[in-house]
Structures are given as structure tokens and as C-alpha cells.
Design a protein around this ligand. Structure first.
Ligand SMILES: [Zn+2]
Length: 198
């Protein structure tokens, strides 16, 4: 491998979240040292995943089939839709096993700095899903940060006319924390103690 290709690899790794140049160099060296059992399978896996991964048109979940496994499952209740920021939050809820309904992945939180606006929340799609599924409850499971709570209020206002129960995760979620970092029990307790918003 020429220096240019190695440098390119390091530069790409350093663009991953939370990874600087020094960490990227260490990771690149580790990959090279474990070429057969890690570097080559990782390269294949990245390519294969990129080729098949899709975002569910209904709920925004990442899956290899559309509609996703959760939207197309007969075992999930269509009456409850849990609104989360991203896929890591879906994984956290699925790990805990407490939520038996559907999801709506909004893909970000309202933020002028990140240029994430109300249009990005795809609230029309959410309203459409609530009507099609005759959903009875929306659970707002957004991070207990200012951006998370602002987003929750905007969603609540947008659904006001639908006459649907809107709940929000309650105690158990520490202020300033992100949903996908919670342990299973904390997340479960927070989901079970949800309360009406406003
Ligand atoms: Zn889906």
C-alpha cells in the first residue's frame, strides 16, 4: 500500500464522529495488523451494507427491507407510535423490550445551528400514519435537552387538532442526557412512567 492510500484511509477514519487524527492513525494501524480477520471483512461489510441499507418510507427506520420489519410485523401494536431522534434510540428501545408499538424516527432535533427545521420533522407523514393506523397514543421519547424539548413541543402543537393522547417520557431520564446512552432499566422505567404533556 502506498503512503497516499494509507493517508486516505486515515483521513476517512478521522471523519468518523469522535475520532481525531491520532485515533484514526491507531485504528488504521490496527486494521493493517489484523488484515485477514478484520480489515478485509470490514471493507466488504461496509460495501455490502451501503448497497442494501434503506430508510423505511413510513417510519424512517434503517432496514434492508421496505416497509421495515417493525412496520410490517403483525406482532406490533399500531395504536402507539413512539417518536425518537435516530436509529440508536430505536435500538435502545428494542433492547429494553418495553415498547410494543411503532416508531417514527425524525432524524434530528430542531436546531438553527444544524439547519434542522420543522419541515425536516416530516409531520405531515406522521399525521398521515396516525390516521391510517388509527393510532391512539404518541409517545415523545426525545432527549432531555433544550433542543429535544423544543422539538417535542413543536410536535405536540402540530398534532393538537388530531385529538390523540400525547405522552412524554418522565422520570428516569436525567436532564441533559441522550436517550441512546440510557441503560435498559432506566429506559424501561422512563417509558412506563410517561405522562400527559402539558
Ligand atoms: Zn418502518
Amino acid at each position: 500500500m502506498s503512503q497516499d492510500e494509507l493517508q486516505k484511509l486515515i483521513n476517512l477514519i478521522s471523519r468518523l464522529p469522535g475520532i481525531g487524527q491520532r485515533s484514526a492513525q491507531r485504528i488504521a494501524l490496527y486494521l493493517i495488523k489484523n488484515k485477514q480477520e478484520l480489515m478485509l471483512p470490514l471493507g466488504d461489510s461496509v460495501k455490502e451494507t451501503a448497497a442494501v441499507i434503506k430508510k423505511c418510507d413510513n417510519c424512517g427506520i434503517l432496514d434492508v427491507i421496505i416497509p421495515c420489519k417493525i412496520c410490517s410485523s403483525d406482532n406490533r401494536s399500531k395504536k402507539t407510535i413512539c417518536i425518537v431522534e435516530d436509529m440508536a434510540d430505536v435500538w435502545a428501545f428494542e433492547r429494553s423490550g418495553y415498547h410494543k408499538g411503532l416508531y417514527h424516527v425524525i432524524g434530528g432535533l430542531l436546531s438553527a445551528a444544524k439547519n434542522f427545521t420543522e419541515q425536516d420533522l416530516k409531520l405531515n407523514k406522521l399525521r398521515e400514519r396516525i390516521e391510517i393506523n388509527q393510532a391512539q397514543e404518541i409517545i415523545l421519547a426525545l432527549s432531555a435537552t433544550i433542543e429535544g424539548q423544543t422539538t417535542a413541543l413543536v410536535i405536540k402543537d402540530a398534532l393538537e387538532s388530531l385529538n390523540i393522547k400525547i405522552t412524554q417520557l418522565a422520570y428516569g431520564v436525567p436532564v441533559g442526557s441522550e436517550i441512546h446512552y440510557l441503560d435498559d432499566n432506566t429506559l424501561g422505567a422512563a417509558l412506563e412512567s410517561r405522562k400527559n404533556l402539558g
